[in-house]
Design a protein around this ligand. Structure first.
Ligand SMILES: [Mn+2]
Length: 355
């Protein structure tokens, strides 16, 4: 964790900040390794403190060796106040994306002797590029999801409910070592496949349905994300046509991934292709997103994000076409950006699977 903390300290120096308070559980885990449900980091130019309660002292001591563990009383802000008064700290940065307005007012009141500076996305910025340990965890999560796809192909059949498929995916992934699912599993069949985020329902799978499975798991805190669309029984000409456009677009998206391009440029290549085919209006979401401790991280591969894509970012490539009252197709891989292209963590078959 030390290189991550050092990067943050460098940033604090640049910004003229004496200290930074981390209240977001994800950022806390990223910087300290501590996985408990309650705790706060105070990072100063020279020291690192982890404030937590009685329940977590032993765990925090083991998981966060780079931090001095401080047991806080209630309210925890009182303990923070006492700690800060003993330190040469005149100002403190805060996570503006995370601190709720009520908490901010309480901090202002309790810590009136220092200046507070809400900061936008500092730690999230550090999290953009993954280190070797993070990459290994994400890859592992992706491999578990891949295995689950092979498994679920033997389960999907007419008569089974979407929710039963979702439950089986979750059970399988957990049995393979996953901590849990990385988001509510999407199983969207028939006309429901036109819903980009159609969480599994009571609907029964029928012959003629397209079935979109979008799911992932968490391994060691890190997420995976993948989507495949299969068809139940021989596909219609339209189903095959739409599927092939999405498949071609997805491969085009992968081939566009390379360090040095902007997130927007990669999105644009695929979006132009789908528009040329006449389905621009039916691809209403971004091409992809970063994945890490959170399922949706920066960069956002979309027309709105000019972030330069760099080696060791992990992003999804997931074009889709959704036709209301008919159905939809999406195909998604999770890839590691490299200097010359990408390394695909999702290996499941992509040609249309007929069940
Ligand atoms: Mn995704």
């Amino acid at each position: 964790m030390l290189p991550r903390i050092e990067k943050l300290k460098k940033k604090l120096k640049e910004l003229g900040l004496d200290s930074f308070l981390v209240m977001s559980p994800v950022n806390r885990r990223y910087l300290s390794g501590f996985t408990g449900t309650s705790g706060f980091l105070l990072i100063t130019r020279k020291q690192n403190f982890l404030l937590t309660d009685f329940r977590y002292i032993e765990q925090a001591t083991k998981q966060a060796p780079s931090f001095q563990i401080v047991k806080h009383d209630y309210p925890w802000l009182k303990t923070l106040e006492q700690l800060l008064k003993r330190l040469p700290v005149e100002n403190m940065g805060l996570e503006s994306d995370y601190v709720a307005y009520k908490q901010y007012r309480e901090l202002e009141k309790q810590l009136s002797f220092i200046e507070l500076y809400p900061q936008d996305g500092i730690i999230e910025g550090l999290r953009l590029v993954k280190d070797a340990e993070e990459i290994a965890n994400i890859k592992n999560a992706a491999q578990i999801a891949d295995k689950a796809f092979d498994h679920i192909l033997g389960i999907i059949k007419p008569g089974i409910k979407e929710r039963e498929i979702a439950l089986e995916l979750e059970f399988f992934m957990r049995s393979q070592g996953a901590d849990g699912v990385s988001f509510d599993t999407i199983v969207a069949s028939g006309k429901r496949s036109a819903l980009p985020h159609g969480v599994a329902s009571e609907k029964i799978i029928e012959k003629g349905d397209l079935v979109t499975l979008d799911y992932g798991c968490i391994y060691n805190g890190y997420c995976s994300d993948m989507t495949r669309t299969v068809v139940i029984g021989q596909p219609s000409d339209k189903q095959r046509k739409i599927y092939n456009i999405v498949l071609e677009a997805q491969i085009m998206g992968l081939e566009a991934v390379k360090a040095g391009l902007s997130a927007r440029e990669i999105d644009d290549r695929v979006r132009s292709f789908i528009s040329e085919k006449g389905y621009g209006e039916n691809f209403g979401h971004g091409l992809g997103h970063g994945v890490g401790l959170c399922i949706h991280e920066n960069p956002s591969l979309s027309p709105r994000d000019n972030t330069e894509v760099l080696a060791n970012m992990v992003v999804t490539i997931e074009p889709g076409i959704y036709i209301p009252d008919w159905g939809g197709v999406r195909i998604e891989d999770l890839v590691l950006v490299t200097d010359t292209g990408y390394n695909n963590f999702t290996c499941a078959k992509k040609e249309l699977i007929v069940i």
